[in-house]
Structure formats: C-alpha cells, structure tokens
Design a protein around this ligand. Structure first.
Ligand code: UGA
Length: 435
C-alpha cells in the first residue's frame, strides 16, 4: 500500500528518512523552513556525506516520488502520515534537550491539518514529550493523532539502518495509528524485522536507553584502557578476549578516543537531566561518569602527544581525521577536532586532513590549518596523530610517509593501525591503553 508521507525537518535524519520512504514505494514530501536547503534538495544536492544517499534521492526526485516544500499548508494537505525529524540539540547552558524545534513543527503542522492524519515522532526526546505533543495535536487538529517511532540509524550506515532496521518500535494509543505504521513499514516487516508495539513512554525510553547503553559500553572499555595504562596490560587484546564472550560481544567495545557526534554525548546528558526531573535523582548518575571517562580519553591523548614530543610548544603536528567517526563528514562534538584544538592550544602548529570533513571542520575550527592529503598534512611533522579511523589511513604505507615527516612518531587514538607495521618502518608507535 502506498502511503502519502510528509517528513518534517530535512537534516540528517529527515533527508535519509524521506529518501528511504520513497525507496519503500511511498509518495513523499519533505518540508523545512530553511528555503536554501529545500532549494538544494530540489536540485538533487544532499548537503552532507552519507554513502548511497545522494544517488537514491536523485532517483526518486527524477521519478517524481519525492518532492520538497517550505509550506506546512501543502504538507498538511498532502500527507496521511507526518514524520517529525527535526533536531533536539542540547539546550545552551544546560544538559537538557531543547525541544523548541519539535514544538514549533507540531504547532505549525497542527494549525494546518483539517482531516485525519497521523503525526509520528522520530526524534530523540525526553520521556513524557510524546504524551504532551499528542494532547496538542488532538486539541488543535480534531481527527489527527500522534504516535512515536524512534529512529536508531547510525551516520555512515543511515540508508541500510533505515531500510533494514534491527527492530521497529511503535508507541501508539490507537489501533488505527498502529495499522498505519504497519502499512508504512510493510516491506521491512515482511522481511522479518521484529516490531515492538508499546505505549508512548516505553517507545521514547527505548531510544534513550539504547544510546545510554552504547555510550556506557564504549566508556567501559575506555575505563579498562585507563587500568591497562596503569598496569602495562593491552586494552586491544583485552577487548578482543572479552568480546568472544557472546554475552558481551565485540561491538561498541573498540577502545580509543571515545564517542562524539550529534547524538550519544548530548543524549546521555539529556537522559540524566530527565531522570533528575522525574525525581530519580541517583538512578542515572553513572552516566555522568560515562561522560567523564569519555572526555578524559581526549585529555590523555593530548598528554601522550606532549610526552612523545617532550612538550608541544613550537612542534608541528599532523592530525589525521576530523569527523567524529569514519564514513561521515559530521564534526559535531568530534573528539578529533577537540584534540587538534587542544594540541594547538599548547603551542603546536597543527595541520588537519580528513577525506570528507574538511569543509565542515574549517567552519567549526577556523583556527586550525588544513591540508588536501595525509601526506601534505604530515610534511615536516614532529608527530602524527591518528584520530578518526578512516580506511584510507589504515592503508597508508609508513615507509612511504617516512621521507616527508620531520620525526617518525605516531599516536594512534583509535587503535586501528597495525603497530608492527609502523614499528617495522622505524616509527615510534604509541596508542591509548597499550604498552
Ligand atoms: C548513534 C547510535 O549508534 C544510533 O543507533 C542512533 O540512532 C544515533 O546515535 C542517534 O541517536 O541518532 P551515531 O551518532 O551515528 O549513532 O554514531 P555511532 O556509530 O554510534 O558512534 C558514536 C561514537 O562512538 C563515534 O564517535 C565512534 O567513534 C565511537 N565509538 C563507537 C567508539 O569509540 N568505540 C566503539 O566501539 C564504537
């Protein structure tokens, strides 16, 4: 069954969701108040790097299944289902989430709705938000209802995560809402995707809890890295051995510079802040420590760099990687850029290279220097810092890099390079959590 779908907010989540809904065969209209972005998308330009997304979007634009508008009136008239995909950033000066974009979107849409429609929240919100928004929708638009369907996509794998999700979570208060969600996702469901139908609060919590768990797992192994540093143990071997226990698993157990990006850091802070508001004062306090362990890795890397150079003042440092993880050009809360700025703050001259994120990095950190290749960044360097594990960096031949650097020294912030290979080529190789 083809459903007429509106996607509100064309950021990372919205563009991916709109293109993937068209891919499932639905008719899709993307809406956003940002006219420049809507114009770009109409022309088939995706303003971010996500493997496979541009091609899919252009195909559906050309076939007329996907369109974009800035008009909520058009959206209200067109859609049976309206997905809310606007951002919920961290509020300035606090740990809690800023819901002003979600609230503005719901009010703008509800004011235009005249007949039956289902508004579906996808963004990450504090538990309790869906119930409040449902009251707003039902009050201002009789005939309309709300459901909550959290999104679990990862940047860099967003298309696959949307089309072949691990599970679908539907928070709803009516049979009609559930039936419509089943119709929207009928293809993934037919392919065996498990569906959890539940109430609003549970649906919202699945998302907050999933991100909190993933962040905790990363910080757990990074806490073990601190113990390894204090004892001479090797955290990479430790993680490998731990992960073979099927109850633990290898995923999200990669030790290194820790998590960044637009989701995990802000989501664990907002979750803890929400628990406080709910009177569960101590329940999520451990997330404060998860956050602290994560940030300590960045400082440890700066110290390792300083130790390696005998002080950073006047040193030339090459930084490989700017995005918060590979296969993404997103530099929001990027551990790599944080370290680059801190190293420069201690008096070094830092040159950064990233395969996809240079333009965003320049806007975010205009005070750093940038180069067009790893080799150019490393020219004359006293130290190379490997901070985002792009495949391209794993393929570097250390022997080929040797003639361009000033000193053959590398700190691997992601434990993704092969120490034997670098040492065999005469390099000093150091890493987080390894002897
Ligand atoms: C994360 C979640 O994984 C998604 O399920 C969720 O939908 C999304 O947030 C969101 O809330 O929208 P994402 O931010 O794209 O997705 O990034 P991840 O792939 O989860 O990586 C987060 C960070 O953890 C990266 O900086 C990565 O380098 C780091 N990481 C990850 C580690 O340091 N070690 C690991 O073992 C895994």
């Amino acid at each position: 069954m083809t459903v007429r779908i509106v996607v509100i907010g064309v950021g990372y989540l919205g563009i991916t969701h709109a293109a993937c809904m068209a891919e499932l065969g639905h008719e899709v209209l993307g809406v956003d108040v940002d006219e420049a972005k809507i114009e770009q998308l109409r022309e088939g330009t995706v303003p971010l790097y996500e493997p496979g997304l541009s091609r899919m979007l252009r195909r559906h634009l050309a076939e007329g299944r996907l369109r974009f508008t800035t008009s909520y009136a058009d959206a209200a008239e067109f859609g049976d289902v309206h997905f809310l995909c606007v951002g919920t950033p961290q509020r300035d000066g606090s740990d809690s989430a800023d819901l002003s974009f979600v609230e503005a979107a719901v009010h703008a849409l509800a004011a235009e709705l005249t007949g039956p429609a289902l508004v579906v929240g996808k963004c990450t919100v504090p538990v309790g938000t869906a119930a409040r928004l449902a009251r707003t929708v039902r009050r201002s638009a009789p005939g309309a209802d709300l459901a909550w369907n959290p999104e679990f996509l990862r940047e860099g794998r967003a298309v696959d995560d949307t089309l072949k999700p691990d599970r679908l979570v539907f928070g709803a208060e009516s049979r009609a809402a559930l039936d419509l969600l089943h119709a929207v996702y009928s293809l993934p469901i037919a392919a065996g995707t498990p569906v959890i139908s539940t109430n609003f609060a549970t649906a919202e919590l699945v998302k907050a809890a999933a991100n909190a768990f993933l962040a905790t797992k990363v910080s757990f192994i990074n806490a073990m890295a601190e113990i390894c540093e204090a004892t001479g143990a090797d955290v990479v071997e430790l993680a490998r051995a731990l992960g073979y226990d099927g109850r633990i698993g290898h995923r999200y157990l990669r030790p290194g510079l820790g998590f960044g990006g637009g989701c995990l850091p802000k989501d664990i802070r907002a979750f803890r802040a929400r628990a406080q508001e709910l009177g569960a004062h101590r329940t999520l306090e451990f997330l404060r420590e998860v956050d602290a362990i994560n940030l300590r890795r960045r400082h440890r890397l700066v110290r390792l760099a300083a130790e390696q150079c005998g002080g950073l003042g006047g040193r030339r440092v090459a930084v490989l990687g700017a995005s918060f993880k590979p296969e993404s050009d997103d530099v929001r809360d990027s551990p790599a850029l944080y370290v680059a700025a801190a190293v420069q703050g201690e008096g070094a001259q830092v040159t950064v290279y990233d395969p996809k994120a240079i333009a965003n990095a320049r806007r975010h950190s205009p005070g750093l220097r940038y180069a067009g290749s790893a080799r150019a960044a490393a020219a004359g360097a006293d130290l190379v810092l490997h901070l985002t594990e792009w495949k391209e960096f794993q393929e570097i031949d250390p022997a080929e890099l040797s003639p361009v650097v000033g000193m053959r020294a590398i700190v691997d912030g992601r434990n993704a390079l092969d120490p034997l290979r670098w040492r065999a080529a005469g390099w000093t190789y150091r890493a987080l959590g390894r002897p």
